[in-house]
Design a protein around this ligand. Structure first.
Ligand code: SF4
Ligand code: ZN
Length: 304
């Protein structure tokens, strides 16, 4: 019988050439999380113990595990959920978040995109028909989460992006020679002029599979409900499928690829141009016409 590489007991979990018993697998995941916080492969610590961290919860496995791990390692966590009003998908998200919050005794701050910010996402999607919905949704979510973080005066926003997300985003950016994405697809993005809050991705060393197995072992509930608006041409999930297929023959290639990119990030570094202030909302924007994408999408100024 195959033995756990850490303790020699019978192995129950087999991953990318590694084998663990259940207990040692949990230790492995927690060590990778701690290494991420310490900034291994990027040379910069993501957060220190004093910083207040807003964790953006979607109810999926990644953000739920992130919430759990940040608490487990005693970070000062502010859990936040932005309800997008996407029908059953949003209802299920809210349900698992509220259930877990009761279980661990953490209060979650829930915002509703329509009630709190007056935004109807269906109207926004209709207005920006030519653009991929996930791209549109991403702009709105990033803007509002930053706004919430500024109001709450937290130091950092933590999101559940994992190793598969990092590798797939980098891979897709290279296929398109998208240097903008390649210049900023890092696990840490600094704050900007008191207007953009620092952002971190503490799960960047953990794969989809590792996070799912950890959630199941520890008993963290999450929603797997598919978003009704995830429709597009070459989505990130398609790119993930391609990388998964390559990984069948090249074990660990996602990790090698993404860490290699992180180690060589200076190649893609750009001289940051001074951002303008949006003529409408005053937030930083790189847009030529001086109106940020959020304002264009929500105020119907163009198709975004
Ligand atoms: Fe938004 Fe796309 Fe995520 Fe749905 S799948 S919540 S549209 S980013
Ligand atoms: Zn604006």
């Amino acid at each position: 019988m195959a033995k756990c590489l850490r303790c020699g007991k019978p192995a129950t979990i087999f991953l990318e050439g590694l084998r663990f018993c259940n207990d040692c697998f949990k230790i492995h995941v927690e060590k990778e999380f701690q290494s991420a916080i310490e900034g291994h492969a990027i040379g910069t610590r993501l957060i220190n113990g004093e910083e207040q961290v807003m964790v953006a919860l979607s109810g999926g496995k990644d953000s739920m595990v992130l919430w759990y791990l940040l608490r487990k390692f005693n970070f000062n966590v502010v859990p936040v959920h932005l309800n997008l009003n996407y029908g059953v998908f949003s209802e299920k998200s809210l349900e698992v978040i509220q259930k877990f919050s009761e279980k661990i005794g953490d209060k979650v701050l829930v915002y509703n995109i329509k009630d709190d910010f007056g935004i109807d996402m269906l109207e926004v999607f209709n207005r920006a028909k030519k653009r991929p919905r996930c791209g549109v949704c991403g702009i709105i979510k990033r803007y509002l989460l930053n706004k919430i973080a500024l109001n709450l005066q937290v130091d950092v926003i933590a999101t559940g992006h994992n190793l598969d997300d990092g590798a797939a985003t980098t891979f897709k950016a290279i296929l398109n020679w998208d240097f903008d994405t390649l210049s900023r697809n890092y696990p840490i993005v600094s704050s900007y002029k008191d207007k953009l809050v620092k952002k971190i991705k503490p799960l960047y060393r953990l794969s989809d599979k590792e996070i799912k197995m950890y959630a199941d072992l520890v008993g963290i509930e999450y929603t797997s409900e598919a978003c009704p608006y995830r429709i597009g041409k070459v989505t990130l999930s398609k790119t993930k499928d391609i990388l998964d297929e390559i990984s069948e023959d090249y074990k660990g290639i996602k990790r090698t690829f993404y860490y290699g990119y992180l180690r060589n990030k200076d190649i893609f570094q750009k001289d940051e141009a001074e951002l303008k202030e949006c003529k409408i909302c005053g937030m930083p924007t790189a847009s030529e016409d001086g109106v940020c994408s959020f304002c264009k999408l929500t105020k119907g100024l163009s198709d975004g």
